[in-house]
Write a protein that binds this ligand. Structure first.
Ligand SMILES: Nc1ncnc2c1ncn2[C@@H]1O[C@H](COP(=O)(O)OP(=O)(O)OP(=O)(O)O)[C@@H](O)[C@H]1O
Ligand SMILES: [Mg+2]
Length: 251
């Protein structure tokens, strides 16, 4: 039994079956990659795991509890943090101010921005935020405005904002998309470090196979909303169904 258990999940958008009978089991403290061509339903699946979408049918259990019917914030409190496909940070705030948001939310149970402004100077929260920034090698950038940073640094900040909440499950939607190779390699190193240092389960959606094969212990291949195959990276490499999913041809 995995820490995350997705059973028979279906999700339609009007006439489009975005997810069809999706089953997924993610073992605790492993990195599980979900790969598949554009439009395969990968982000839709992640949205169903964090309460952003509600599946039409099926169940999603995390750590023995259903996530369905809970708000994204409640799911976050259960120990699931997520880095979105499009970076979701406050560009006009500094790196430090962005970091204080999850620190504050974890303590006070709310994301109200007016409340966050009033705690920007609180030493306890600042220490927490600074410690996390140091762990991801961003402390020297704490006074920079988030909007002015490289894509790689924005991603790193987002990951730090997730990690400071000490999640049991970290969900990453294409964390290296649009990154230069050097930033991608830095992200791989950071995720490896996170895996080694913390008791954490990672589910990652990724198109870059170098990233997938560097990190994942299990891989699920999704195509047209349905898992085609789930296996180890060694067995996935060159698997005919993977070729079929990406190239539209049976090998
Ligand atoms: N809110 C929505 N309303 C209608 N259709 C949607 C919605 N969200 C996604 N879709 C459609 O559902 C399908 C799956 O989309 P999804 O974003 O999950 O794919 P993906 O695998 O994440 O693709 P990509 O690799 O491009 O990010 C696509 O055909 C998409 O157009
Ligand atoms: Mg997507």
């Amino acid at each position: 039994m995995g820490i995350l258990e997705v059973k028979d999940v279906n999700k339609r958008f009007g006439g489009l079956q975005a997810l069809g009978n999706v089953n997924l089991s993610v073992a605790e403290n492993t990195c599980h990659a979900i790969i598949g061509p554009n439009g395969a339903g990968k982000s839709t699946l992640l949205n169903c795991l964090v309460g952003k979408l509600i599946p039409d049918t099926g169940s999603v259990m995390f750590d023995g509890q259903s996530v369905l019917g809970r708000t994204p914030f409640e799911i976050n409190q259960m120990g699931i943090s997520r880095v979105f496909q499009t970076p979701e940070i406050f560009g006009d705030l500094t790196v430090m101010e962005n970091m204080l948001i999850p620190c504050f939310a974890k303590r006070d149970g709310s994301f109200a921005l007016h409340g966050i402004r009033s705690v920007f100077s609180e030493t306890g929260l600042r220490e927490q935020a600074e410690q996390m920034l140091e762990e991801v090698n961003m402390l020297d950038k704490r006074h920079m405005h988030a909007a002015s940073m490289s894509r790689g640094d924005k991603r790193r900040l987002e990951m730090a904002m997730c990690l400071v909440q000490k999640p049991k499950l970290l969900l990453l939607d294409e964390p290296t998309a649009g990154m230069a190779r050097a930033d991608t390699n830095n992200t791989i190193d950071l995720l490896k470090e996170i895996k080694e240092k913390r008791n954490i389960t990672i589910a990652i959606i990724e198109h870059d196979m170098h990233v997938v094969f560097s990190l994942a212990e299990r891989i699920t291949v999704l195509a047209q909303g349905t898992p085609l195959v789930e296996d180890t990276p060694e067995n996935i490499k060159g698997h005919p169904k993977v070729k079929e999913a990406y190239l539209g041809e049976a090998a």
